[in-house]
Design a protein around this ligand. Structure first.
Ligand code: ADP
Ligand code: MG
Length: 572
């Protein structure tokens, strides 16, 4: 076999390792969850590839994950008989970070341990979390289908908290799959116990589909202590959580499963779990996270949910299963009808997928409605949290999802002149409930910032008359009002556009006065028009203003002022 070769980590890996050991120490137990999760993914991948090539099973068809420890050698091992890694794959997957948005991620770190720990958790520490508890990690792996002599041994030792390089060499490995050995750091001895490891597995990995096995322990009278036997025992439940009935699943199990599918440290905000029967039969278990991921705005970021067909894992990040404006949703869809060999390309075209997506969309919107209109204060609070994290994304739905537009509109929250604070707490239904006698429109102003919106001269007449106006200052708000002509039969109207017609809210006497003024100042208006020339369409006397001498108004059918500014900034 070739001699061991020493290779350097990509700079980002070094940075991540260092950060992780310092920020995640108090979460050290997650290393086991991460390694088990990878082992489980590897088994899923094998099962999927073996659909086309049964020979990959070799003579070992029962997929499982094995965990062991050696108290004397101070090691813990996590082994699987999944897909394994070739030499090149080990280098690519364990020596670099291929995730999109890695740069941006490092840019967001603050140096504040708590905040950073949260970000790192979201980024997904994965395999590297082994180094929280180990100062040396050895991976021996053989890709399914490669001969026994073409296995790879990958090893990395840390001096202190620094790791710059790792070694790879070709070795023999009889069974396919991956075995990871952790050489524990000083002070991690408590992990070297059956009891401790089992409790961690039950706590974090109970829902893993494959059996997680350990050697059974037995009391030995001669040695007067527990000793390991040769007998195996399965430690986890080892069934697919989503296939169980809702009543048989505890909150903790739902939460643990979320952490597994979403790669999130935090608990989920809410979830919906159901089996849909009818033309297409499928199960969905969908979660709304508490916090936005660091790459929510990265167009290339992976997002979506896991797709299974009859409990066989098919793919991660099946983006076709959720509309873009619900891209923060995580979870699982398990279809009973799709073919097992379904590919991303097929999904693009599939009518079945369209049906599943629209069903899942309805479930998520109903879940959100439940929180937004919930009787309990805790629900409202959750909804406020949701809105803070994902409101801007949900707003995209107004233009994206015609079929659910009214529902989505009902979930929107805005700032308004009522509270005059930037907090987005007013729903369109609240607004309508507070309308003035005779008012039949929903008024809004858009501007580039909350303060610009709040201080818009167009608001003067509304404030004077005590009419509430929505204060919109997100970029996406222009998109919202551009796509939402009305809500509950009430037109949405910009206060900055067109001849303002307040209808019955207008004061007859004031109107007369304005008409009189228009006559009186005709000469002045003409002169202003002449001197402004091409730059304006018209100059008019207005009732809109109470304090400001003049304001700019867009014509009814023209592009609004704020949108014009956004388009210009975008170079259009
Ligand atoms: P993630 O699981 O999010 O992809 P990880 O850091 O946990 O990130 O793992 C990195 C990659 O290393 C995996 O995507 C996989 O390709 C590879 N890998 C890790 N553990 C195993 C394993 N037990 N078997 C096969 N491949 C593995
Ligand atoms: Mg992983």
């Amino acid at each position: 076999a070739a001699a061991a070769q020493t290779l350097n980590f990509q700079a980002e890996v070094k940075q991540l390792l260092h950060l992780m050991i310092h920020s995640l120490y108090s979460n050290r137990e997650i290393f086991l969850r991460e390694l088990v999760s990878n082992a489980s993914d590897a088994c899923d991948k094998l099962r999927f590839e073996a659909l086309d090539d049964g020979a990959l099973y070799e003579d070992d068809p029962d997929l499982r994950i094995r965990i062991g420890f050696d108290a004397e050698a101070r090691t813990i091992t996590v082994a699987d008989n999944g897909i394994g890694m070739s030499r090149d794959e080990a280098i690519a997957h364990l020596g670099t970070i291929a995730k999109s948005g890695t740069r941006e991620f490092f840019g967001q770190l603050t140096g504040d341990q708590k905040k950073d720990a949260h970000l790192i958790g979201q980024f997904g520490v994965g395999f590297y979390s082994a180094f929280i508890v180990a100062d040396k990690v050895t991976v021996v792996s053989r890709r399914a289908g490669l001969p026994a002599g073409e296995a790879v041994r990958w090893e990395c030792s840390m001096a202190g908290d620094e790791a710059g390089a790792y070694t790879v060499e070709q070795v023999e490995k009889a069974g396919r799959g991956t075995e990871i050995t952790l050489h524990l750091r000083e002070g991690q001895e408590d992990l070297l116990s059956s009891w401790k490891l089992k409790s961690l597995i039950r706590k974090y990995s109970d829902h893993i589909v494959q059996p997680i096995v350990m050697k059974k322990e037995e009391w030995n009278d001669e040695e007067k202590k527990q000793v390991l036997t040769d007998e195996d025992e399965t430690v986890n439940q080892a069934n697919a959580l989503w296939t169980r009935s809702r009543n048989d699943i505890s909150e903790d199990e739902y939460k643990a499963f979320y952490k597994h599918v979403a790669h999130d440290f935090e608990e989920p905000l809410a979830w919906t779990h159901s089996r849909v029967e009818g033309r297409h039969e499928y199960t969905n278990l969908l979660y709304v996270p508490k916090n936005a991921p660091f790459d929510l705005w990265d167009r290339n970021a992976r997002h979506g949910i896991k797709l299974y067909v009859k409990r066989v894992f098919i793919m991660d990040d099946a983006e076709k299963l959720m509309p873009t404006y619900l891209r923060f949703v995580r979870g699982v869809v398990d279809s009973a009808d799709l073919p097992l060999n379904v590919s991303r390309e097929i999904l693009q075209e599939s009518k079945d997928i369209d049906t599943i997506r629209s069903g899942c969309t309805k479930k998520v919107l109903a879940l959100l409605e439940g929180l937004a209109n919930g009787e309990e204060a805790a629900d409202k609070e959750k909804y406020a949290g949701f809105w803070g994290a994902f409101g801007k994304v949900l707003k995209e739905g107004v233009g994206e999802d015609f079929a659910n537009r009214e529902k989505i509109a009902g979930l929107l929250r805005f700032a308004s002149t009522k509270a005059d604070t930037p907090d987005e707490v007013v729903s369109l239904a609240d607004y309508i409930g507070r309308m003035k006698e005779g008012q039949d429109k929903i008024y809004y102003v858009t501007a580039e910032s909350f303060n610009a919106a709040r201080n818009s001269p167009h608001l003067e007449i509304f404030r004077k008359k005590g009419i509430e106006v929505l204060l919109l200052s997100d970029r996406v708000d222009e998109w919202v009002v551009g796509n939402l002509a009305e809500f509950d039969g009430k037109a949405l109207v910009s206060v900055a556009k067109g001849g303002l017609d307040l209808g019955v809210l207008e004061d007859e006497a004031e109107k007369k006065e304005a008409e009189k003024a228009a006559d009186e100042y005709k000469e002045l208006l003409d002169r202003m028009k002449a001197s402004l020339g091409e730059r304006v369409k018209d100059v008019k006397v207005t009732l809109r203003l109470t304090d400001s001498p003049a304001c700019l108004v867009a014509d009814e059918h023209d592009v609004g002022m704020n949108l014009a500014r956004i388009l210009k900034a975008a170079g259009q």
